[in-house]
Design a protein around this ligand. Sequence first.
Ligand SMILES: [Fe+2]
Length: 171
Amino acid sequence: MNDHKTIMKTKLIPTQNTLRVPTRRAMIDLLNQQLADVLDLGLQAKQAHWNVKGPHFIGLHELFDKVAEQLEEFTDDIAERAVELGGTALGTVQVVSKNSRLNAYPLDLTSGKSHVVALSGALAAFGASVREAIDTAAKHGDADTADLFTEISRGVDKLLWFVEAHLQAKE
Ligand SMILES: [Fe+2]
């Protein structure tokens, strides 16, 4: 993962939400960082879905699409919470390309194994950042954002299992 952070500061939109302004600001930045990462990850899963080849083609093709679908749900929850707190969701490809901390997905992969290795690595890296996000949200006293990231973290662990299981036993 790269560690550059260039989250744009946007104006807070007034809301009757009772979380304190500094907490909301910190959470909006946190949510937007995770939003950039999860959007990148979702496209990585699609990249794998479109390009995988080999004897396990159909199983992997379908699994990678399921991964992308699940990540899309997480994406929506993250983006909408940033807006609920009075923020702006930063989800354009330009922002994502600048802010995602994931390694770029390789464009030259074909075999099922190479896609499984690449995608499981990306899921694990994202999973680690979500675990950090749980702690950050808890430290700021936002139990709801911490809970959202806890749910996502559990989901990402499951997706990682589904993908990584292909590497965990000989045929
Ligand atoms: Fe498809």
